[in-house]
Design a binder for this molecule. Structure first.
Ligand code: ADP
Ligand code: ZN
Ligand code: ZN
Length: 727
């Protein structure tokens, strides 16, 4: 009987591919159920041969239990991208595939095409004052819109049903339609570009092959408008576009902006989609039925029939890096995706990451700059530092800032206070013996959340009841220390009772819709005082904000992590961009105990570019990235002794690997947070002056380490280009 031999990637921390046989030919990109170590698991075929490619005898090779797909759910370019990712990150291919595939596929569900419903406007005369119904009709005037898209735009299903029952709109299955999605292409709401925007756009439009553009422009300089018009060009070539946004950027406002511009099918991979809906979007994109896909980092793994452009908005954003056990950098992978598709990619930001900045300086990326605000009449922003020494404070706010705030509020303006710390207080202490309450599972202090009336660990999310007694000395004299956004909210509400306050952090903006509706409310002046964490620092336009205050930034200046100052400079520049947006002037005040700190002075007085130059010079001197390349071994286990032994073994193995001069390996040492979720973490850093050398070394390391005895109690993970080097 004719046999086929399959190389299968399994979703386990194993670097090998495994060989199985099958009487039927199974294409790469199809799932198979296999028996693996006495268990049935789902693997993905990555190669199919018609003769035995291994040294194993025929009878030793097991047959697959079942084939799950008629056709591959992923195309060959996506498989190539997954292989690249696995190789680049030195992570097992099966783990990368597992992470990259839609959850429904991972769960073994049917991955064939299913109906994908959309609505079409049939009665164009109908008018209504009902807000949501009006919105639906306006959207449908331009194009058909899918059910999942309406979800992303926060339109309730009842509203659609009611219009459908009245015969105003009609539901149909998009997958039944066989029309060209680019037919009748029409663009709305184009603006006339200014000179700089035009220069940038024509540079992008002039290429239809792989090239990386760094579009650097201050907030409000009209980068989004440049993306929009670049997308038009690509759609006109009948090609698809991938737009990647940071985790918290996928709000209904973002999605709506695209809908208002384009009448091609748009899909957004937002958090309220079901597993099936995500899979439907994935397959539709693969089959060329979607013109623009908008998503966060994981959308990079979506297959495209004909990809013509990738846009990465806010390219410096940390959320493009996946920080869980299986780490990858969505930005690097997107660049490779564009390379495979041979299309341009735009990295857009006001504050480029130092890596991208450097790459543009050495000519690897083409730099396009927008220096001016796109809106002619915009305000002037002044900046200042408040010296916290000898200054009285309430809930972390200096009197000076409070007075400035009062003045702006009295003028009818909005004020934004930024504090990157959730909760009410970040330490609970015993006043008698000084004990600080800690998480049982992590080396971290607990945060007091007053509204929920709990203590919470921000690292493993475990909740604890409010303690009445100190576990060390039984004293009842328990107190709180350090302030978070919740406390700030309470204070500002009582200090300014006449001005409505809104707090936006992960506890209040639990969903993208909620964040979206808060942003609308802020723009509509419903709130006067805005308190926010990182969430409020991105991409939104608040024309009435005239004062921004930044609290608690000093620790970034003294962090051991060399990226902390870069992040502070980005944050400061982004936050400062929230003010002076339209006619009104703005003011940014930063509170610090070290107002004369040289770095702080540079960031504030000389701007981001000067800072970036200075920081690059320092990194060069210290031989840090982007002038060197790093990989971190994270060694994790719940038994501390076993972990230490294994870490030493790993270290010794690494030391014995042959390598040329220029590669350094540090001894394993505890991570900054040694205990996390009841496991201990050790880290070991490898640094090289050449990426190639580092990569070759890691390839060898993986092979050598696999030869040693496998100890399932201790795992190791490789993090290439780590962005958290201490944790
Ligand atoms: P960015 O993405 O750089 O922050 P946006 O593209 O969102 O900037 O533009 C900021 C504001 O300026 C938006 O309200 C946008 O409509 C407006 N704008 C952008 N380009 C132009 C232009 N060429 N003419 C007029 N207004 C513009
Ligand atoms: Zn005590
Ligand atoms: Zn914890």
């Amino acid at each position: 009987m004719r046999m086929y031999y399959l190389q299968v990637a399994v979703p386990l921390h194993l670097y090998d591919l495994f060989t199985y046989k099958s009487v039927q030919k199974i294409e790469p990109g199809c799932r198979v159920r296999i028996n693996f170590k006495e268990r049935n698991i789902i693997g993905v075929v990555v190669e199919c041969y018609d003769s035995n490619p291994t040294d194993f005898s025929e009878c030793k090779i097991k047959s697959v239990v079942e084939s799950l797909d008629q056709e591959p759910y992923a195309d060959s370019k996506t498989l190539e991208l997954l292989r690249f990712t696995a190789k680049y990150q030195h992570t097992p291919l099966g783990m990368i595939i597992n992470l990259a595939q839609p959850v429904a596929v991972r769960k073994g569900l049917d991955a064939s095409r299913k109906p994908r419903f959309a609505y079409r406007l049939v009665n164009r005369e109908y008018e209504t004052k009902a807000v949501n119904q009006h919105k639906v009709i306006e959207l449908l005037r331009n194009q058909d819109v899918s059910l999942t898209e309406f979800k992303g735009l926060n339109i309730p299903a009842t509203c659609l049903r009611s219009l459908e029952n009245k015969g105003i709109i009609r539901k149909f299955d998009l997958n039944e339609m066989d029309t060209d999605i680019f037919l009748n292409l029409k663009f709305s709401n184009q603006l006339t570009l200014n000179d700089e925007q035009r220069t940038a756009l024509s540079a992008i439009n002039s290429v239809n092959y792989f090239k990386v553009f760094l579009l650097k422009g201050v907030t409000g300089s009209g980068k989004t408008e440049v993306y929009m018009q670049a997308i038009e060009t690509v759609l006109s070539r009948k090609q698809q576009v991938l737009v990647m946004v940071p985790e918290i950027g996928l709000t209904p406002q973002t999605i709506e902006r695209f809908h208002k511009h384009f009448n091609v099918p748009i899909a957004a991979m937002h958090s309220s989609l079901s597993d099936r809906e995500r899979l439907d979007n994935y397959l539709a994109c693969r089959d060329g039925k979607i013109g623009i896909l908008i998503g966060t980092r994981s959308s990079v793994f979506t297959p495209f029939k004909s990809l013509g452009l990738v846009v990465i908005d806010e390219e410096h954003d940390q959320s493009y890096k996946q920080q869980d056990t299986c780490r990858y950098n969505g930005k690097n992978i997107a660049i490779y995706k564009a390379k495979i598709a041979n299309c341009p990619i735009i990295l857009g930001t006001a504050t480029p990451s130092l890596e991208s900045y450097y790459n543009s300086k050495i000519g690897k990326y083409k730099l396009l700059e927008l220096h001016n605000n796109a809106v002619l009449h915009h305000g002037i922003v002044t900046k200042g530092i408040i010296d916290l020494k000898h200054c009285s404070q309430s809930s972390g706010m200096s009197d000076h800032l409070i007075n400035e705030m009062e003045r702006e509020l009295q003028k009818g303006n909005q004020v934004l206070i930024f504090l990157n710390r959730r909760g009410f207080a970040n330490k609970i202490i015993c006043n008698n013996c000084g004990y600080v309450f800690q998480c049982k599972f992590c080396d971290s202090f607990l945060t007091y959340h007053k509204n929920k009336n709990i203590l919470n660990c921000h690292h493993c999310e475990t909740n604890y009841p409010i303690p009445r007694q100190c576990p060390e000395c039984n004293s009842n004299n328990i107190d709180i220390m350090g302030n978070g956004t919740e406390q700030l909210e309470e204070f500002l509400k009582s200090r300014f009772p006449d001005y409505p306050v809104i707090r936006i952090d992960r506890d209040t903006a639990t969903h993208q819709y909620k964040l979206g509706s808060y942003i609308d409310d802020i723009k509509n002046n419903k709130y006067k005082i805005l308190i926010g964490t990182q969430i409020l620092s991105k991409g939104h336009h608040f024309p009435n904000v005239t004062l921004v205050g930044l609290l608690n930034i000093d620790q970034s200046l003294f962090s051991n992590d060399f990226r902390a100052t870069e992040q502070l400079a980005q944050l400061y520049t982004q936050i400062a961009g929230r003010t002076g947006r339209e006619e009104k002037d703005g003011r940014v005040l930063i509170q610090s105990y070290v107002p004369n700190n040289a770095l702080l002075q540079t960031i504030i007085n000389d701007g981001y570019d000067k800072f970036a130059e200075l920081c690059l010079r320092e990194r060069k001197y210290l031989n840090l990235p982007p002038f060197s390349f790093q990989a971190l071994f994270r060694i994790v286990g719940s038994n501390k002794e076993l972990l230490n032994c294994r870490a030493i073994e790993i270290y010794n193995t690494l030391l014995q690997i042959d390598t040329e001069h220029g590669l350094t390996i540090t001894e394993p040492k505890p991570a900054l947070m040694e205990k996390k979720q009841n496991k201990y973490h050790l880290i070991l850093m490898i640094q090289s002056s050449s990426r190639k050398q580092l990569s070759t070394f890691l390839d060898k390391a993986v092979i050598e380490l696999a030869k040693g005895k496998i100890n399932s109690k201790v795992e190791y993970f490789i993090d290439v280009d780590p962005t958290e080097v201490l944790q």
